[in-house]
Design a protein around this ligand. Structure first.
Ligand code: ADP
Ligand code: ZN
Length: 518
């Protein structure tokens, strides 16, 4: 079909089958490229509008477009949605009987279907129709699952390389919201589509204000946050099932409507929680990362990370569930060393341990950065932001640096007096002169540094310790109970030979306190 003619058809189809008046940026060029039977790699954030990019060409092509998707649970909904729009489609997976599967093969042979969703494990069952005359195009959704460098690796995705070999003339369109370079390269290599045209949409979600705060006392910080926005929908992500439930208990005690969501609940329960949230019957959901996939709720106003996410992809995807309507939204992350340590433990022994730990390190750097957070976030996805964003906590409260040598000396000499055998929490307790049992039992109250830092809050000490670690003056021994240890650079500080620059705490509450003191 001549391209000029197809341009009109594209718009007519967009309106007729999807109800949209205009293409979003890049959708049209992606669709044109698919129609020219070129392989494509589409990187677009969640909610960006990837589906139309393969669904619309499917309508124009002869034959059926295969959609490979790992989300069996969502296939039925996706297909129902398409059928409701008048698009003949079906799914093919292990939840179906042999008869049902045969029926679908027959429909493909009779050219009755335009889209067929299939789980990678079930591809073998499609062999009778896996030929060029039946298959018009292949969409590989959530394509990052193919890469062990990706955050959601699925071994079943690794066999997909045979598709291009079996159907060399059929265009493959790989789609994902995960964009780091290594993953991108891996997708192209493994799918055997080296000359795929790459479409990289912007990952910037300007309307989401980014903020990181110290985790200390986070429940009261969360309560205050919610009190200030009484009718807004929000999601609080926690690391464990138990902590979602504990947090719900605490919110309910304060009269806030909240529900827990995690993989330990049965199907009906989870469905109910989702629906109540979507229909605004529940204001807040405290969830593990299991929550949110495939949820299309446009008015989520904020996302809180009660715990540190394990990587930036996950963090980005989760905060991306807020502000889909384009109105101002907020993402608040609580930063805690205890979480980093916990996540390191989870990563240890995993098949791709090194990758996971490197990714966690990037997440940690993001949380501790003294520069515009959006710049860091976007640079992770290979995008460069020229100006600081003006919509993150660092831009709004740029850190003020001061000569922190004495503070650093107090920390380092306490670590030395504790014989490098205690973790951050105990070091701070000694500095602050805490009279708790574990301090007294070990006779730490007799150390000469006991209580030399009473004037500084726990929170602020933590802020300073993090900076001293990041500057290399001490380190966490992850394999020795996370004890704080000195480094080869500590001495110069202890002997007054190096000046240490520290930033003042910018955490809202502590900042207010600092200002009051000044
Ligand atoms: P993704 O798969 O990238 O997460 P979807 O394809 O599910 O995104 O689309 C996200 C939302 O954007 C959906 O609600 C969809 O209806 C809407 N959408 C997609 N394309 C357009 C468009 N051209 N105009 C308006 N809305 C669109
Ligand atoms: Zn910024």
């Amino acid at each position: 079909m001549p391209l000029t003619q197809s341009k009109d058809i594209l718009h007519t189809h967009l309106k007729k089958y999807f109800g949209f008046d205009h293409f979003r940026s890049q959708q049209e060029s992606i669709i044109t490229s698919v129609l020219e039977k070129r392989d494509c790699l589409v990187i677009m954030p969640t909610g960006g509008g990837k589906s139309v990019c393969f669904q619309l060409p499917a309508l124009i092509f002869e034959g059926v477009t295969l959609v490979i998707s790992p989300l069996i649970a969502l296939m039925k909904d996706q297909v129902d949605g398409l059928r409701a729009n008048g698009i003949p489609s079906a799914f093919f997976n292990s939840s179906q009987s042999g008869e049902e599967q045969q029926d679908i093969l027959d429909q493909v042979a009779k050219r009755e279907l335009k889209l067929l969703y299939v789980a990678p494990e079930s591809l073998a069952g499609l062999s009778p129709i896996l030929n060029q005359s039946h298959i018009s195009a292949i969409a590989v959704d959530e394509a990052h699952c193919i890469s062990s460098w990706g955050h959601d690796f699925r071994p079943s995705y690794q066999q997909l390389g045979f598709l291009k070999k079996t159907l060399p003339q059929t265009p493959i369109i790989a789609l994902t919201a995960t964009a780091d370079k290594a993953t991108r390269q891996d997708i192209v290599n493994q799918l055997n589509i080296p000359s795929a045209q790459q479409f990289l949409a912007s990952f910037d979600r300007k309307n989401i204000a980014l903020e990181v705060r110290a985790a200390h006392d986070r429940v009261s910080k969360i309560l205050r946050f919610i009190e200030q926005r009484p009718n807004e929908s929000g999601i609080i992500y926690c690391l464990s099932r138990k902590s979602t439930e504990n947090l719900v208990g605490k919110l309910k005690n304060s009269g806030i409507k909240a529900a827990a969501y995690h993989a330990g609940l049965n199907f009906d329960n989870r469905n109910k929680v989702q629906e109540d949230f979507i229909f605004d019957k529940t204001q807040i959901v405290c969830a593990t990362v299991a929550f949110g996939m495939g949820i299309d709720k446009s008015n989520v106003r904020w996302v809180i990370h009660y715990n540190m996410p394990k990587n930036i992809e996950g963090y980005y995807q989760e905060i991306g569930r807020s502000g889909r309507d384009g109105l101002p939204a907020r993402a608040l992350l609580f930063h805690s060393y205890a979480d980093v340590i916990q996540l390191r433990k989870f990563a240890e022994g995993a098949a791709n341990e090194e990758v996971q730990i490197a990714k966690l390190e990037r997440m940690k750097q993001f949380s501790e950065a003294p520069t515009c957070r959006r710049k860091i976030l976007l640079s992770y996805f290979g995008e460069f932001l020229q100006e600081d964003c003006g919509n993150c906590d660092v831009c709004k409260n740029p850190p003020q640096f001061f000569n922190g040598t004495v503070i650093a000396q107090k920390i380092l000499s306490t670590i030395a007096r504790l014989k490098e055998s205690e973790p951050t929490g105990t070091v701070i307790d000694v500095l602050r002169g805490a009279q708790n049992a574990s301090i007294l039992d070990k006779n730490y109250h007799q150390l000469s540094t006991f209580g030399i830092g009473k004037d500084i809050s726990w929170n602020d000490w933590q802020h300073y310790v993090i900076q001293i670690i990041n500057q290399g003056y001490c380190e966490i021994a992850f394999h020795k109970n996370n004890t704080l240890r000195l480094t080869s650079f500590s001495k110069a500080v202890l002997f007054g030979k190096t000046e240490v620059r520290l930033s003042k705490p910018v955490d809202k509450e502590t900042k207010a306190a600092v200002e009051k003191e000044q």
